[in-house]
Ligand binder design. Structure first.
Ligand code: MG
Length: 301
């Protein structure tokens, strides 16, 4: 996880308040500003800040309504919000917290208190992101884990089907990996698996492409909106790059170096194929790649 600066959006119709808060936070965070409720929503959607400091009283739309709208949109629903307001009545505070605000700061505010609360909430955000990241990651290969893959695969399949897009999936298996482990030992096996995983990850060109550890020495690659020719190209480049690692494998029947077999399949456009059937097609293609002598790619067109 990168330790880049966290983003704080300050939404307040009062220019002085905006400036005071901005000058407090600028040394430690990336600060974004909004003068109206509409602007707050638009900037929140565009920049996905880690924290929104939200004024309650604004002429066009009050802060409660801004928060309601952000919560209704899955993209912005989880942005942490601190209300900043002159209204100090307990019922106002309760209303804000009930809507899901993390905190409530009343004006006139104390700079040290504001800084401390902002730091606390942003620390929570950072920890939550880290935990989410770890929960989706395979510890050995640092690829996405199977649970993460299953979630993404299902949603990407639905998206592809709904919009009549294509989508490719490929399964990768290290050739004669059992023999590799038996001969070179499990620590060496882990290193080899990590090296192959790096190759797969580096082959993912777009943020939506994902390489995951499916199990044992098997990886799975998901490439949304990718046709068979493109999918085959990526798979072939991975196969070649793994062979180029030149990791000796004396016990392999396929090659003197460590190699992989890859099977892939592409969603046939205009035809109904379930997510499970597409995956099985890739699995069958992998089987054929192995049967044909390993260190090769087989693709169901
Ligand atoms: Mg105001």
């Amino acid at each position: 996880m990168s330790q880049e600066m966290q983003k704080v959006l300050i939404a307040d119709d009062d220019g002085i308040n905006r400036q005071v808060l901005a000058s407090l936070l600028k040394p430690d965070y990336v600060v974004l500003l909004a003068k109206t409720g509409e602007q707050a929503i638009e900037r929140a959607q565009r920049h996905l800040p880690d924290l929104l400091m939200l004024d309650v009283m604004m002429p066009d739309m009050d802060g409660y309504e801004v928060l309601r709208r952000l919560r209704a949109d899955p993209a912005t629903a989880r942005i942490e919000v601190i209300f900043i307001t002159g209204m100090g009545r307990p019922e106002d505070e309760a209303k804000g917290l009930k809507l899901g605000a993390a905190d409530y700061i009343t004006k006139p505010f104390n700079a040290t208190v504001v800084m401390a609360r902002v730091a606390t909430h942003l620390q929570v955000v950072r920890q939550r992101r880290l935990l989410e990241h770890l929960a989706h990651m395979d510890g050995l290969t640092e690829l996405a884990n199977r649970r993460r893959f299953d979630e993404i695969y299902e949603s990407e399949w639905q998206r592809a089907t709904r919009h009549a897009h294509t989508m490719s999936v490929a399964l990768l298996d290290i050739d004669c990996f059992k023999q590799y482990n038996d001969h070179y030992g499990h620590p060496a096996g882990d290193r080899a698996l990590r090296a192959v995983s790096r190759v797969a990850r580096n082959a993912m060109r777009r943020p939506c492409d994902i390489a995951a550890r499916y199990g044992g020495e098997e990886l799975v690659i998901l490439m949304p909106e990718t046709d068979a020719a493109q999918g085959l190209y990526v798979a072939e480049s991975i196969r070649e790059a793994v062979a180029q690692l030149l990791i000796p494998h004396e016990q392999s029947v396929a090659s003197p170096v460590l190699t992989v077999s890859i099977g892939g399949a592409t969603l046939p456009l205009g035809e109904q194929e379930s997510a499970a059937a597409l995956f099985e097609a890739a699995d069958s293609a992998l089987y054929r790649a192995k049967e044909a002598g390993r260190n090769r790619v087989n693709w169901r067109m």
